[in-house]
Write a protein that binds this ligand. Structure first.
Ligand code: ATP
Length: 312
């Protein structure tokens, strides 16, 4: 009986493991609403990140031959810099992140990390080096500790706690009924949007990748939560090359470079000050300037004041 039981038991465990991994991966992919179409080339190499310098060189991409999502875009992100992607819905911001994560290969043109063409790399090695913080984080039906450690299953409890502290979520966790052992997810404690996002940030700090892709949550946050999230983001992005789909004025203003994307093209590039100054020198004409004016109008003057206070 034992002889029969063991292999069955093994396959049962193995099956559950595969199933769990599959569900996790499926959930991650769902966030980007894509299926995996890219295959490693024979002899694909491991990515060797030296500093995290990212280059898009004349990248064109079509999901569908009848419509071009990205039209020959080129940009270079210095190692460790934060780049904010801004632009209307459907302009191609998420597509830029998906191509860097290699959910798809460009139709033409190339993407390089520290001079290595990502087409020629093992997808696993690429993805190990990139942390993704989506707008709405998937929580597994498990403990807080498990959910943070998901970034690196070998991380110690101390590493998990330090990441939670850096992500400004530790104090909230200590107030949960069972601390780090509190179960979350659909069958556990429901976390607020801001808490979920900080948990995702803690998870990424544990993963410790040199490159980060971040899709900022669009939902409005109160000032205290906004400040907590901003501190958490600063801790996460410090010294790491970061591409952020930015919705918050605070993030946009502090980005090293802003890429303004419209209809699959980068129509303006610069810091916040440069883009505003250029528009003012051009009779107030500028895509970024218009977006900025609209955001200030929508968010009210308090938004700008709180950012300006931040800088003092
Ligand atoms: P949003 O701010 O609304 O998220 P975005 O700027 O991130 O928009 P993308 O998601 O990159 O825009 O989309 C760029 C274009 O590609 C759009 O025209 C969109 O309809 C199209 N597109 C996006 N995903 C797919 C897909 N999986 N299949 C086909 N077309 C797609």
């Amino acid at each position: 009986m034992m002889q029969l039981y063991s292999p069955l038991h093994f396959f049962g465990t193995y099956y559950r493991m595969i199933q769990q991994n599959f569900i996790d991966m499926e959930k991650m992919l769902e966030l980007f609403e894509v299926d995996q179409s890219v295959k490693d080339i024979p002899g694909a190499k491991e990515l060797n990140v030296k500093s995290g310098h990212v280059v898009f060189d004349n990248v064109t991409f079509n999901y569908d031959p009848r419509q071009t999502a990205l039209k020959g875009i080129s940009f270079s992100i210095p190692a460790g810099a934060t780049v904010a992607l801004v632009g209307p819905s459907g302009s191609g911001k998420s597509t830029i992140l998906r191509l860097l994560f290699r959910f798809y290969d460009p139709t033409s043109g190339n993407i390089y990390i520290d001079g290595q063409n990502i087409r020629e790399l093992q997808q696993n090695s690429l993805r190990r080096n990139i942390g993704v913080v989506p707008q709405d984080t998937v929580l597994f039906n498990d403990t807080i500790e498990y959910n943070i450690r998901y970034g690196d299953v070998d991380a110690s409890h101390e590493t998990v706690v330090n990441a939670a502290k850096a992500a400004q979520i530790h104090d909230s966790i200590m107030n949960f009924p069972d601390g780090y052992e509190t179960r979350v997810g659909e069958r556990g404690l429901r976390l607020s949007g801001g808490e979920k996002q900080r948990l995702a940030i803690a998870r990424t700090i544990v993963k410790n990748p040199p490159i980060i892709l971040l899709d900022e949550a669009t939902s409005a946050l109160d000032t205290t939560t906004e400040r907590h999230i901003q501190d958490a983001l600063n801790a996460m992005t410090k010294g790491r090359t970061t591409l952020v789909i930015a919705h918050r004025l605070s993030t946009i203003m502090k980005a090293d470079v802003i890429l303004v994307v419209r209809d699959g093209e980068i129509v303006e590039t610069g810091t916040h000050d440069e883009l505003i100054r250029n528009a003012l020198d051009n009779n107030g004409e500028g895509v970024y300037y218009d977006m900025w004016e609209k955001q200030l109008h929508d968010d009210g003057p308090s938004a700008e004041n709180s950012i300006l206070q931040d800088d003092q």
